[in-house]
Write a protein that binds this ligand. Structure first.
Ligand code: ADP
Length: 217
């Protein structure tokens, strides 16, 4: 089954009186369980493409479909729901909230979705265990190493059971050992939980861990 289908997508931005095409005519298709890396030089449009794939933004032209449904005709509320329920995001700089504990950060998507506090706490503990952070539940983000922070961010990204996990340079702010651990974790989630992964990276050794390469120029 196709989880993500991108057909001839463009994203254009106005810059002064000029127009910048951040993404120009990209097509790709990911079946359930795929693990794909988007590679290419800085500024080639990787982040923009990922935002379009994750329903964070709309293309200027072309079509994005998630689980067989085109996003083009959906209103903003519907897109928000799809983003919250079907997609998980991991960012280069973790984006953990500094005033929340690790457990609270991980559980936030469920809390925002209206789940009961006790079930959120339980699910957050289960996800933390999955990424090897059970001993850090009551810590705050600034007390974590970079690798731990990214693992917490991954736990937050998967707590709601997304079908598509989008990771934008997930190892870009980590040393090579921690980067390898994070990549292993993404691969494990892909293999064991069957989450489809779309990851942008400019690191060839990280990209080599993906089964499918999308090259942007
Ligand atoms: P990458 O992730 O490969 O580094 P990006 O997707 O961040 O590339 O950016 C692609 C191009 O689009 C760059 O030239 C960038 O400056 C431009 N761009 C990205 N977002 C915006 C925006 N919101 N407004 C204007 N230009 C943008």
């Amino acid at each position: 089954m196709s989880v993500l289908a991108v057909h001839d997508v463009y994203k254009r931005y106005a810059r002064g009186d000029r127009e910048i095409a951040a993404v120009r005519g990209v097509s790709l298709s990911l079946d359930a369980g795929a693990f794909a890396a988007v590679v290419g030089p800085s500024g080639c449009g990787k982040s923009t493409l990922l935002h379009l794939c994750g329903a964070m933004d709309r293309p200027s032209q072309g079509e994005v479909s998630l689980e067989g449904r085109s996003l083009a005709t959906l209103d903003d509320d519907h897109l928000t729901r799809i983003r919250r329920e079907r997609v998980g995001f991991v960012f280069q700089f973790f984006n953990l909230l500094p005033t929340l504990t690790v457990a609270e950060n991980i559980g936030l998507p469920l809390l925002l979705a209206g789940d009961r506090a006790d079930t959120v706490t339980q699910s957050a503990a289960t996800c933390a265990e999955r990424v090897g952070l059970s001993h850090r539940l009551d810590h705050f983000p600034q007390q974590l190493s970079g690798g731990e922070a990214q693992r917490a961010a991954i736990a937050r990204a998967i707590i709601h059971g997304p079908v598509l996990l989008i990771a934008d340079e997930p190892t870009g702010n980590l040393d090579s050992d921690n980067g390898a651990l994070v990549l292993d974790l993404l691969r494990e989630l892909n293999t064991d939980a069957g989450v489809t992964v779309l990851m942008a990276t400019h690191d060839a050794s990280v990209a080599a861990g993906a089964a499918l390469l999308v090259r942007m120029h």
